[in-house]
Design a protein around this ligand. Structure first.
Ligand code: UD1
Length: 423
């Protein structure tokens, strides 16, 4: 059992300028998309988090040559030597995002073998939309134990893949499979998260033919081959949100010059409703109020309030004036952080074990104590609460923090936060 933890002490109002790393959720998929090419691609602005390390391992196991420089955040991937289309269960179990190589492997080799990804604490996280989509594209999918094997039967077609829900992963996976299939594929009710659009721009650089719209549709006209790319990953809007909430919870003021406010409209609107002053003339600047108001938040697919900022926002609302209502609509079990925030003195009610609604009654103070992170965003929520809580907070389950963030503790430290990672 690891002894690693984050030690967080009550901190002064955060103050200063901070720059964002590249978006983890964009990089993971874009790394998978390189399987579609044959040659050497360069990705810049790649964060150094454990999920990225896992994806490097996965590509290496498939036969790619990968070099990563965490100092310069440059990742070079040469895919010409990929010969393997099987992903081991060990890798699959460590990172659910591994499923995103299924589409590219099917497109490149006409077949793919992956282990079934398990659920995780935030929900069962099924992949039925991905598999239905591949089947629509002409794949025959079989299962042996925990292994899935898929083979593409058709070569040229017109397809309409209808998603019941605008799933980010399914949209990306189906799109990556369709780009090398002759004919036209239309994805209806597709996801339009900024990270999906970053993938679209990479695929277009490779030579793919993709049209977004009208409405929530994406149209892909297959091409014979795709070329390697050089690409700068978009800044991480979820890291931006976490930093803004860290400023909010400590009553500070920070500036994030490379944040993209137009990808965060509803989140920024919610910060403004709390009484925080937001200026988007150059990146994002926040001057936090010391007397924040309670608000209501409901997560939804983009451009709605991001599920990934629900937990950190809840941490901030534990200290707001009044009663806030938070509803999680994307994942069925993403309120696990509630019990940990309550240990710190937060007053939160969740009606029943299967409820997705939390009622947060603002309190005057939180108290530091020992807490356990259950997922990436829960770890962020607890770290933020720790910055505002009296005394000291010890957070274990720190591997979740390291999966999702590139040394966020150091960035918070440079802004005046009293937080350190203890090995
Ligand atoms: C989701 C988030 C994404 C976030 C990421 C990491 C949304 C819409 N998606 O993406 O913004 O960055 O988590 O936390 O906010 N589902 C199925 N069957 C499937 C696929 C999904 O039922 O085959 C369900 C999921 O269980 C979930 C919902 O659809 O309830 C959204 O899932 P999806 O967008 O696919 O999840 P991620 O791609 O992980």
């Amino acid at each position: 059992m690891s002894n690693k933890h984050l030690l967080i002490k009550k901190s002064p109002p955060l103050n200063g300028t901070v720059h964002l790393a590249g978006a983890k959720n964009a990089v993971l998929t874009i790394m998978a998309s390189l399987i579609l090419t044959n040659g050497r691609s360069i990705l810049r602005n790649v964060p150094d988090s454990n999920d990225i390390r896992q994806m490097i391992q996965l590509l290496t196991n498939l036969g790619a040559t990968v070099t990563f420089s965490p100092e310069s955040n440059i990742l070079e991937v040469n895919t010409s030597s990929i010969t393997n289309f099987q992903v081991s269960p060990e890798i699959m179990n460590k990172m659910r995002a591994s499923i995103l190589v299924m589409g590219p492997l099917l497109a490149r080799f006409g077949q793919a073998e992956v282990a079934l990804p398990g659920g995780c604490l935030i929900g069962t996280r099924p992949i039925d939309f991905h598999l239905k989509g591949f089947t629509k594209l002409g794949a025959i999918i079989g299962q042996t134990g925990h292994s899935l094997h898929a083979t593409l039967q058709k070569t040229s077609q017109e397809n309409r893949v209808i998603l019941e829900y605008p799933s980010v992963g399914a949209t990306e996976n189906i799109m990556m499979c369709a780009v090398l299939m002759l004919g036209t594929t239309t994805i209806v009710n597709a996801a339009f998260e900024p990270e999906v659009l970053d993938l679209v721009s990479v695929l277009k650089k490779m030579g793919a033919k993709i049209t977004c719209g009208p409405g929530l549709t994406i149209q892909i006209t297959g091409v014979h081959s795709l070329r390697p790319v050089v690409h700068d990953i978009i800044p991480d809007r979820l890291e931006a949100g976490s930093l803004l909430l860290a400023a909010a919870i400590t009553g500070g003021q920070i500036h994030i010059p490379n944040a993209q406010p137009d990808t965060m409209d509803i989140f920024l609107e919610k910060l403004a409703q709390m009484g925080h002053e937001i200026d988007c003339s150059h990146g994002i600047y926040i001057k936090a109020t010391t007397s924040p108001l309670a608000i209501n938040v409901k997560t939804a697919p983009y451009p709605g309030f991001p599920t990934d900022l629900q937990a950190p926002m809840m941490a901030a609302l534990t200290l707001a004036n009044g009663v806030s209502e938070i509803e999680e609509t994307v994942f069925e079990n993403r309120l696990i952080h509630v019990q940990e925030l309550k240990k710190m003195g937060a007053q939160i009610d969740v009606a029943g074990t299967s409820s997705r609604k939390a009622i947060v009654r603002g309190v005057k103070t939180l108290c530091g104590c020992e807490v356990v992170a259950s997922d990436i965003r829960a770890s962020c929520a607890l770290a933020l609460a720790g910055l505002a809580a009296t005394g000291q907070t010890k957070m274990t389950g720190v591997h979740h923090w390291k999966r999702g963030y590139d040394q966020l503790e150091q960035k918070l430290g440079l802004l005046g936060g009293n937080i350190s990672l203890i090995a």
